[in-house]
Design a protein around this ligand. Structure first.
Ligand code: CAA
Length: 291
């Protein structure tokens, strides 16, 4: 099927990145959020990130202007339901995602494909509660979306081949690379990445290293672009904890137990960059390790 319009639910760090790349690829985008303020901030951030691409000659000023003109925003869900492809990118909580799909259902077009950018929740379970499990799949971007090359495509048990190919076609048009993952907890990237981050937090918790030595070790010793604790702050510690809980519950193996120190940071509201504090304190000019 020919996808022309894309509805994105959630204007947070993933939703705004997805809107950014979809608009640059020529799709008409409706970006939705319950909060108008979040939409205004997302549009300003998209414009800023596109400006960065213009200044590095990755795109032209005309590309940027045309892409920005393709994005409309709104707080109502019915217009989103009337698009060819919906990508839900709300908070990583199943009850919230479920409510969004429930609200979309009465207004969907017969051919609308529903997808979720969930990083860990069962696609099969989300799909089973809609009227179209065969037209439902996981469409998982990595952060920062404009920079990261990979998109994980996750088929639920009922997803049909046409839906998979339509989504694969979108990934191709974005110039990104699709990796197919089966629908098991946290799919591929987070199944491997999150236990590493959780182990880094255990390494901190047990005093094997401090924040700086742990991050430096993995940057300089394993050539990772960011250390695991810096990356955890970048992803959001609440998201990291939510994914570890999905792995722990879904695979029922104690090796996935979240580190108590990760839980403590989340309880404190120290969620990483987005709240100004996590394993680093971002409130000054340069990040300062908190341990
Ligand atoms: N929009 C557009 N361009 C951006 C951007 C954005 N939001 N953020 C960075 N860039 C561009 C920069 O303009 C720059 O472009 P050039 O190469 O043309 O110069 C390039 O990206 C590199 O950026 P910087 O020079 O500012 O910084 P850097 O070299 O330190 O790279 C980084 C930043 C790309 C984020 C790098 O540190 C990195 O790759 N980190 C790891 C990211 C990662 O692992 N992401 C996956 C997280 S897991 C996930 O997302 C899944 C999940 O479900 C949790």
């Amino acid at each position: 099927m020919d996808i022309k319009t894309i509805g994105i639910v959630g204007a947070g760090q993933m939703g705004n990145g997805i809107a950014h790349v979809m608009a640059l690829a020529g799709y008409d985008v409706i970006l939705n959020d319950i909060d108008q303020d979040a939409l205004d901030k997302a549009l300003a951030l998209i414009a800023k990130n596109m400006e960065r691409q213009v200044s590095r000659e990755k795109i032209s000023a005309a590309d940027r202007d045309a892409a920005l003109a393709r994005i409309s925003t709104g707080t109502a869900l019915p217009p989103v339901a009337q698009t060819d492809l919906v990508i839900e990118a709300a908070t990583e909580r199943e009850d919230i995602k479920q409510k969004i799909f429930d609200t979309l259902l009465p207004d969907l077009l017969p051919h609308t494909i529903l997808t979720s950018n969930t990083s860990s929740i069962s696609i099969t379970r989300l799909a089973s509660r809609t009227d179209r499990p065969e037209k439902f799949m996981g469409f998982h971007f990595m952060n920062p979306v404009p920079v990261m090359q990979l998109v994980e495509l996750i088929r639920g048990i009922a997803t049909d081949q046409d839906t998979y190919q339509a989504c694969h076609g979108v990934v191709d048009r974005l110039g990104k690379t699709a990796a197919s993952a089966e629908d098991f907890p946290a799919f591929i990237v987070n199944r491997i990445l999150m236990p590493m981050i959780n182990e880094a937090v255990y390494t901190l918790y047990e005093g094997v290293g401090n924040v700086m030595s742990i991050d430096q070790s993995m940057k300089l010793g394993a050539n990772h672009p960011m250390g695991p604790l810096e990356l955890a702050d970048f992803i959001g510690l609440d998201t990291c904890l939510a994914i570890m809980n999905v792995l722990h519950d879904g695979l029922a193996d104690t090796k996935y137990r979240p580190c108590p120190l990760l839980t403590k940071y989340v309880e404190a509201g120290w969620l990483g960059r987005k709240t100004g504090r996590g394993f680093y304190d971002y409130r000054g000019d340069a990040p300062v390790p908190t341990r």
